[in-house]
Design a protein around this ligand. Structure first.
Ligand code: GDP
Ligand code: IMO
Ligand code: MG
Length: 420
């Protein structure tokens, strides 16, 4: 068996959580491979709206195993809170959640470091979610991180103190005096709480499961344009959000990667700083924000909105080897007379059709205009119910990208999903 992958093709918040939840019935195992609680994956079913940060989005289906992979960074306080909330609505976390012993821990001081670094950046802030993601990955690569499996080690507190002593030196250098003893207390309580759950060698579990013929879906966090290598650096997150991250974040060989499902909004959003060529600053942008309730699932910040960027989408499809597309939030675009798609960029008078080394404010998008659709599509159940203009838009996306659109999402609920 091969492992399928589902990931975001834009700047995150494409609707990954919803689509993982919809596809879970055809898989045995759902596994997160990177990122941490900077993610906010929303699911809606039976009039319940639920936001997951660390737990994979298959958790509300009984008898499906959900793995937090080695590539993930885990904040015990946030994970404990998520577990308690998910248990309240009936999920069986004790049986169905497995945590990789090799996942890295986010320490309370990582969150403070995130804050100290952002404050020191002045005007050039990344707009981080301040969950400690960058500092935790930094400690991983500089080989001083604490791993989830360490919580069972008698020398855990000693290792923790050693990391904090290192962080204190950095705080001194920045003149950063804020500390959060209360969070530290909660953190150690959460560590004790988590000991009730299953900690595993996830790379062995994943590979054994594939050998046994089990079906696995790897769930990405963030989006390709926030990838540490290929995103709009430095306005990116600190992990590989692209398909390659599945190999390192779960321990599977590239030969074992199967279908790659790319999730893309019918338009674009971005939260935090960084370039966004097709961003709208007018009423159309506000309409997308209002109709799409475009406010961050993790931080509540308003999301920046703009038209679909075909140049960036093609780049993401190339990086990820996308084999199928899912277009979400098509319902949010109902009501426009005309819609636009950025099909090229104008840089210093020259037209280019690829993502350049650096996207600066001088980039002007070149738009293609298409007819919009007016009707409410939130109750549509099949392709034949959809307005002709929307079908043309999907045909256009397929023609431009060379990838088939397999599903269309027409609302936040599980049931508002059309197989095309
Ligand atoms: P993720 O991070 O990719 O899982 O996406 P988020 O959950 O952060 O953001 C997507 C938001 O859009 C959530 O509030 C979802 O409930 C909502 N959503 C997902 N698909 C659709 C859709 O097709 N239409 C509408 N209107 N909302 C959707
Ligand atoms: P999901 O999985 C949208 C953005 C932040 C910031 C940058 C770096 O829900 O799609 P970080 O906290 O990693 O230091 O932030 O990346 N960002 C996201 N934007 N969705 C996300 O996750 C994001 N995770 C991080 O806003 O610009
Ligand atoms: Mg999100």
């Amino acid at each position: 068996m091969k492992i399928d992958v589902l990931l975001g093709l834009q700047w995150g918040d494409e609707g990954k959580g919803k689509i993982v939840d919809v596809l879970t019935p055809v898989y045995d195992i759902i596994a997160r491979f990177q990122g941490g609680p900077n993610a906010g994956h929303t699911l809606e079913f039976n009039n319940i709206k639920h936001v997951l940060h660390t737990i994979p989005s298959g958790i509300f289906h009984p008898d499906k195993i959900n793995v937090i992979g080695n590539g993930v960074v885990v904040d015990p306080v946030i994970l404990k809170d998520e577990i308690i909330k998910a248990e309240k609505i009936g999920a069986d976390l004790k049986s169905n959640l497995y945590i990789s012993k090799k996942a890295q821990l986010i320490l309370p001081s990582h969150r403070l470091l995130d804050k100290a670094f952002e404050e020191a950046k002045g005007k050039n802030k990344i707009g981080s979610t301040l969950k400690g993601i960058g500092p935790a990955y930094t400690d991983k690569t500089s080989r001083r991180g604490l791993r989830a499996g360490d919580i069972f080690n008698y020398a855990f507190k000693e290792k923790y103190d050693c990391s904090v002593a290192h962080h204190e030196k950095i705080f001194d250098g920045y003149g950063f005096t804020e500390r959060n003893k209360d969070y530290e207390k909660q953190w150690f309580e959460a560590i004790e709480f988590l000991k009730m759950f299953k900690f595993i060698d996830s790379e062995k579990f994943i590979n054994d499961s594939l050998s046994e013929g089990k079906t696995i879906l790897a769930e990405g966090a963030q989006g390709a344009l926030l990838d540490i290598d290929f995103g709009s650096y430095p306005f990116v997150t600190s992990s590989n959000t692209t398909t390659s991250g599945v190999c390192t974040g779960l321990g599977v060989s590239p030969h074992k990667v199967g279908n790659v499902i790319g999730i893309c909004k019918a338009y674009c959003t971005r939260v935090g700083s960084g370039p966004f060529p097709s961003e709208l600053f007018d009423n159309d942008g506000q309409t997308l924000r209002d109709n799409g309730h475009e406010y961050g699932s993790t931080t509540g910040r308003p999301r920046r909105c703009g038209w679909l960027d075909m140049v960036a989408l093609k780049y993401s499809i190339m990086l990820n080897g996308v084999t199928a597309l899912v277009i979400t939030k098509a319902d949010v675009m109902s009501g426009f007379d005309k819609i636009k798609v950025a099909t090229a960029y104008k840089v210093n008078g020259e037209i280019i059709d690829y993502v350049p080394y650096e996207i600066t404010d001088d980039i002007e998008p070149v738009y293609t205009e298409l007819p919009g659709w007016k009707s409410d599509i939130t109750k549509c159940k099949s392709k034949s119910d959809l307005p002709a203009e929307l079908i043309s838009y999907l045909d256009y996306i397929e023609k431009e990208t060379g990838v088939k659109v397999d599903y269309l999402s027409v609302g936040p609920d599980r049931t508002q999903t059309i197989k095309l």
